[in-house]
Design a protein around this ligand. Structure first.
Ligand SMILES: N[C@@H](CCC(=O)N[C@@H](CS)C(=O)NCC(=O)O)C(=O)O
Length: 203
């Protein structure tokens, strides 16, 4: 088994590093930077989108951080519970992953760009505010889903929590954005995972 994860830890590759640490499988991290390196011809052969992360798992090459995590959890779970056993729960994990990417990430990205990433002269506080306002809806959905249960699929931490949590993790770093009570409690539960600390230690 040879697993290579492409992408510096200070990027969406951190989501996959967290998953790899949870699973405890050996892997190599090739630190491709999103500025410039991801657009070079050699890397475009791996991910024609020119983005990190990308995964090479014994010749199976995948892009999209949360799809990579679904693959890793399904293939390498080995009884750890990251990949749920029941088919309906597997479908829920896929649902939460797609939800995180399509409903939660875009408004957060708007805030991130306009409060953190863009050069100050290009930042637009009105755009950041619009992202913040739009995030209220997915945040409310997550708040409802976590009512009466510690994790998205019930009692156990799974790939659904890792994928949704790693996207929502942008929110507390964005100044005015506040998490709602169930989400905040879930978020700190997810934050206590030793595998997350190991992944962060790779930064
Ligand atoms: N939906 C993709 C987004 C990947 C993405 O945009 N990655 C950024 C770094 S966090 C990147 O590589 N940007 C380079 C570029 O857009 O040129 C995923 O989750 O894997």
């Amino acid at each position: 088994m040879a697993i290579t994860l492409y992408g510096i830890p200070q990027s969406r590759a951190s989501r996959c590093l967290w998953m790899l640490e949870e699973l405890g499988v050996p892997f190599e991290n090739v630190k491709i930077h999103f500025l410039g390196e991801a657009q070079k011809p050699d890397f475009l052969k791996i991910n024609p989108n020119g983005r990190i992360p990308a995964l090479d798992d014994d010749g199976l090459v995948l892009f999209e951080s949360l799809a990579i995590n679904l693959h890793l959890a399904r293939k390498y779970d080995g009884g750890k519970g990251l990949w749920p056993k029941a088919a309906d729960d597997q479908s829920r994990a896929i649902q939460w992953s797609i939800w995180a990417m399509t409903e939660a990430e875009p408004p957060l990205m708007k805030v991130l760009m306009n409060r953190v990433f863009l050069p100050e002269a290009q930042r637009n506080e009105a755009e950041a505010g619009a992202g913040e306002a739009a995030f209220a809806k997915p945040l409310g959905v997550l708040e409802g889903a976590l009512a009466g249960r510690p994790y998205l699929l019930g009692d156990r931490f799974s790939v659904a929590d890792l994928n949704a949590g790693s996207v929502v993790s942008w929110a507390p770093t964005l100044g005015k954005l506040k998490l709602t009570p169930n989400v905040a409690a879930w978020f700190s539960r997810c934050g206590e995972r030793p595998a997350l600390a190991r992944a962060m230690g790779r930064r």
